[in-house]
Design a protein around this ligand. Sequence first.
Ligand code: G3P
Ligand code: CA
Length: 246
Amino acid sequence: MNINNLPRPLSIAHRGFSARFPENTLAAFKGAIDTGAHMIELDVNLSKDRQLVVIHDETVDRTTNGSGAVNALTLKQLSRLDAGSWFDPKFSMETLPMLGQVLDAAKDRLLVNIEIKPEAYEAQGPADAVERQVLALVHAKHMARDVLVSSFEWQLLENLRHLDPTISLGLLSDVPMDDNLRHWYQRVKGFSWHPDYRVLTRSQVVALHELGARVFPYAVKGKIDIAGMLAMDVDGLILDDPRQMI
Ligand code: G3P
Ligand code: CA
């Protein structure tokens, strides 16, 4: 399977199999692989020493035994943290993975949706900007056809499009489709739109399909909502428990 030849509908494990394992850990990603999910979704932030670390929040407080901002801690400090006990003490050996580790675990097994968090974006565009590092790593691992890069920060996606004419890009939003979204989708030559499922309507799915976009709503939970989304003819779902869809 590669990004240009996707099954439909696609099951995308949100932060890994986060219903069963601590989110954004190798355990959660391996759990997602075992369920037969087509893709994992993960969140990337920058450490103080500008390494690509997989964690959702701006701070380590909620999902580790540490405290403080991710970008105020070095990779060495971050990698010592317990990223599993908050979820269940049996996961106390889980740590915050680097993006490279997750790509290695996923390679030849399933696709990867790399969400770059807006707080890691730097408007001045340094040589080691987060999006540049992500792109370089993906290419170094020969995984350009295995990944979809997504963000709520659409300017970051445009930067990526200038750097790489073919990398697949997904626009995230928590508001309904409008002319601004349509403009940015075309500007970045997008691959997909990832809306909060609560703002999605059938007419928006039709409009996005007319633009050539795949529609992958996120935060979908429970059989009724999953069935409702699939009835709208979405192309895949980003969900905490991929087994619910499978
Ligand atoms: O990628 C979809 C979804 O993960 C976006 O929201 O807050 O879970 O990163 P969040
Ligand atoms: Ca995310």
